[in-house]
Design a binder for this molecule. Structure first.
Ligand code: SF4
Length: 492
């Protein structure tokens, strides 16, 4: 039932985040691109069409925003999540606006790479800033509205300190917010001063019992199954948080919220490594993994994974095949994002020594080939990331990464090279920009683009085989891909 009372707290996200990406998370990567040769209206429609709404409320919303909403409801706030297109008319009575941010200045690895090649700000950043600069938000600010921004991209404000003020933001909330959003939003509703940047410290990190269930459906049925990661890669923020897994009952309750809404019939399982669900270390727990997949698959039409590790796949081929069989009872393939990062054992040993665990770091390229081979044979389609410009990277390291990409040629996947961004334990290191691109780097970028263009037609055929408009859409994406291929070859 919709809330008829006017809400003190409004929650929203910009239009690149309030989209179901045609139910294909891979298309969400399109938000990281800058405006390009396609007219903006067409590009937006192809990659981030606006979410459907009822009475200005989005049918589904980003999972992180739904968690904040759930926590605020639990603490007795009058809260309303509205679509960015309809925000204006709700601002009159609101006291606080909470905004979810993913990549507010385009400093995330994918955006930085594309922006420095094409020399323009990505759509994600453009729409985040446009939302806060809109005349309606400015007007509401003059009338006392407080603005709190949270989400996975707020670390970027450390690099854009003055921007928060310019955008009218009162408080930036960084980290897992469950134990602190209540006090911050209460202070904001009461018109008190807020800390300009609140970083959740380790002692405030919520336990599983303190994380509320979402109350309303999430985009594409995203379901968190755990938080944190135990691999400790030095360039990663996630690793600074403890590992916690949701019990199956909690996953099922959130699944019910999504399915009972009638707006979602699939699930995207979200964890840093879905293959490690329920395990205490880097070895998969077959029983918990299989039971959880059986429970979810019984209820949904389709499934995808947010992330998994190749080490976990390679170490447990039997359970991986069994999961694939469960999933393939209802669909031909499923997708996931996977970090390869480097083909150099020397770099792996230095900055991600546990990424290959239970194998040793100097076997990393073999682990990648083994895991990717299993993924290919069992119809898991990975979108893989490589990090270009890691600290102390040598020409030899890049050559080893190129050898690895060559070994992956026959394996159905996308490989996306990303410029190094100083995060996690490497925040004091330098950013990597296009000016530092060596000839070898350029060859690696082209090699990845060739790999992707080789597989993209195949993936489009698999992705768009079930809707009446699929053949038309497919041709559009293929056309876009062909032009993009031409542009990539023009990079100097
Ligand atoms: S495995 Fe992934 S999530 Fe875990 S620390 Fe490494 S990069 Fe971060």
């Amino acid at each position: 039932m919709e809330n008829k009372q006017s809400a003190d707290v409004l929650l929203t996200a910009d239009r690149t985040l309030m989209s179901n990406y045609h139910h294909n998370e891979f298309l969400g990567f399109g938000t990281c691109a800058p405006p390009n040769f396609l007219p903006e209206w067409l590009y937006s429609y192809l990659f981030f069409p606006p979410i459907e709404t009822t009475s200005d409320h989005p049918w589904t919303a980003p999972y992180g925003l739904r968690k904040t909403e759930a926590q605020l409801i639990k603490e007795g706030f009058k809260v309303d999540t509205v679509s960015p297109h309809h925000l204006g008319k709700h601002l009159k009575d609101a006291k606080v606006l909470g905004v979810h941010a993913m990549d507010p200045f385009g400093l995330g690895p994918a955006s930085t790479t594309l922006a420095s090649i094409f020399k323009k700000e990505p759509y994600l950043a453009k729409h985040f800033q446009a939302l806060l600069r809109s005349p309606q938000v400015r007007e509401a600010k003059k009338n006392g509205l407080k603005i709190i921004v949270g989400g996975p991209g707020v670390w970027q404000f450390h690099y854009r300190e003055k921007a928060a003020k310019g955008l009218g933001i009162d408080c930036i909330l960084e980290g897992e917010g469950e134990n602190v959003v209540g006090k911050l939003f209460k202070a904001a509703v009461e018109g008190q001063d807020l800390p300009s940047h609140y970083e959740v410290d380790l002692g405030e990190t919520p336990s599983i019992d303190e994380i509320p269930d979402i109350q309303k459906p999430s985009i594409n049925g995203l379901l968190e199954i755990g938080r944190g990661c135990c691999r400790g890669c030095q360039f990663c923020n996630v690793t600074l948080r403890p590992l916690r897994w949701y019990p199956p009952e909690k996953i099922e309750r959130e699944l019910n919220v999504n399915l009972n809404s009638g707006k979602v019939n699939g699930a995207c399982l979200h964890a840093e490594d879905v293959m490690l669900y329920g395990s205490k270390n880097t070895t998969p727990d077959p029983e918990k993994l299989l039971q959880m997949h059986q429970m979810v698959m019984k209820r949904v039409d389709s499934i995808s994974w947010s992330h998994c590790s190749l080490a976990a796949v390679a170490s447990s081929p039997k359970v991986f095949r069994q999961i694939s069989e469960i999933i393939q009872q209802k669909q031909d393939w499923w997708g996931v994002e996977i970090g390869i990062e480097t083909g150099s054992p020397e770099i792996a040993k230095k900055i991600m020594p546990a990424k290959a665990h239970p194998f040793s770091a100097d076997k990393w390229p073999d682990v990648v080939v083994e895991g990717m081979g299993l993924a290919h044979d069992n119809n898991l389609v990975p979108a893989c990331t490589l990090i270009v410009g890691l600290p102390d990277e040598t020409e030899e390291d890049i050559a080893k990464t190129m050898d690895l990409v060559d070994d992956l040629k026959g394996m159905r996947s996308l490989i996306v090279p990303l410029f190094f961004v100083p995060l996690g334990h490497l925040t004091n290191k330098d950013w990597f920009t296009k000016t530092k691109l060596s000839e070898r780097h350029r060859e690696l970028l082209i090699q990845c683009a060739e790999h992707d263009f080789y597989w993209v037609d195949n993936l489009l055929d698999w992705s768009f085989n079930d809707k009446w408009y699929s053949p038309i859409m497919k041709e559009f994406y293929k056309g876009f891909s062909a032009i993009a291929k031409h542009k990539v070859r023009e990079i100097e």
